[in-house]
Ligand binder design. Structure first.
Ligand SMILES: *Cc1c(COP(=O)(O)O)cnc(C)c1O
Length: 228
C-alpha cells in the first residue's frame, strides 16, 4: 500500500475547515467518518494511526471480519452505513456498531429486541431517501414523523438523527435542496445528528449543516472492484 492516507486525511480536514470557515461553523461540530468498505485492514490501520477513530462499513460480514481483526485498536468505533437485513443484525453485534440506516419500524424493533438481550442500547439514525430515487434505500420523507415516533418508543434503540445519500448530480450545488430538506426534517423532530455529505459534496453538506461526513474515496482512494 503506497497511498499517503495520513496526507489524504489532512486534505479532507482542510476541506472541512475551509467549508466551516465560510459559514462560521466550528470544525469540531463536524465528525469525520472514514468509509472503509472494500479497503484492506492495513489501510484502516494507517487511517487509525493518522488519528481517525470512527469508521463506516456497508456490509455486515465485512464489518464483522474487520472489527474482529482490528480489535487490538482500543478506541476504534464502527458505524454501519449499508442496507441492513434483519437476519444480519447478529453479525454486526461484535463490532458494537451504530446503525445509521434504519428505514423501517420492523428493522428498528428487531435491533431493539436483540439489544435488549445484550442489555445495551444501540445508537441509530434514520435513513431518508430525500431524492426519492427508486434504487436508493431509506424511508420517504413523508414517513419520517411516523418512524421517529415509533422508534422513540423502543427501549433499546437510541435515535440520534437522520442520514441520507443524496442524488449524484453533475452540478454539485444542486444537491443543496436535499441537504436542506434533511436538516429541516431533523429540526422538526428535535434530532441533532445529520449524517450527509460524501467525497463529492462535502463542502455543500457542511454548509447546509452536516454533523457527520462519510468520506471514503478522498481518504482511501478509489475502491477496488467488489467481489461478493
Ligand atoms: C461508500 C459510501 C460513502 C463514501 O463515499 P465516497 O464518495 O467514497 O466518499 C458514504 N456513504 C455511504 C452510504 C456509502 O455507501
Amino acid at each position: 500500500m503506497n497511498r499517503d492516507i495520513a496526507g489524504a486525511i489532512e486534505c479532507v480536514r482542510e476541506r472541512i475547515a475551509h467549508a466551516c470557515e465560510g459559514v462560521g461553523r466550528d470544525p469540531e461540530s463536524v465528525q469525520l467518518i472514514a468509509v472503509s468498505k472494500g479497503h484492506a485492514e492495513e489501510a484502516i490501520r494507517a487511517a487509525y494511526h493518522a488519528g481517525m477513530r470512527v469508521f463506516g462499513e456497508n456490509y455486515a460480514q465485512e464489518l464483522a471480519a474487520k472489527a474482529s481483526a482490528l480489535s487490538d485498536l482500543p478506541d476504534i468505533t464502527w458505524r454501519f452505513i449499508g442496507h441492513l437485513q434483519r437476519n444480519k443484525i447478529k453479525l454486526i453485534e461484535g463490532a458494537r456498531a451504530t446503525v445509521d440506516t434504519v428505514d423501517s419500524v420492523r428493522l428498528a424493533r428487531a435491533i431493539s429486541a436483540r439489544a435488549a438481550t445484550r442489555a445495551i442500547d444501540v445508537e441509530a439514525l434514520l435513513q431518508v431517501n430525500v431524492g426519492g430515487e427508486a434504487q436508493k434505500s431509506g424511508c420517504a420523507p413523508e414517513e419520517v414523523p411516523r418512524l421517529v415516533e415509533a422508534v422513540r418508543l423502543l427501549p433499546n434503540v437510541d435515535l440520534r438523527g437522520l442520514m441520507t445519500v443524496v442524488p449524484h448530480l453533475e452540478d454539485v450545488d444542486a444537491t443543496r435542496p436535499f441537504f436542506k430538506a434533511l436538516r429541516e426534517l431533523a429540526a422538526a423532530h428535535g434530532l441533532a445528528e445529520l449524517s450527509m455529505g460524501m467525497t463529492y459534496d462535502l463542502e455543500q453538506a457542511v454548509e447546509e449543516g452536516a454533523t457527520m461526513l462519510r468520506i471514503g474515496t478522498a481518504i482511501f482512494g478509489p475502491r477496488p472492484p467488489v467481489e461478493r
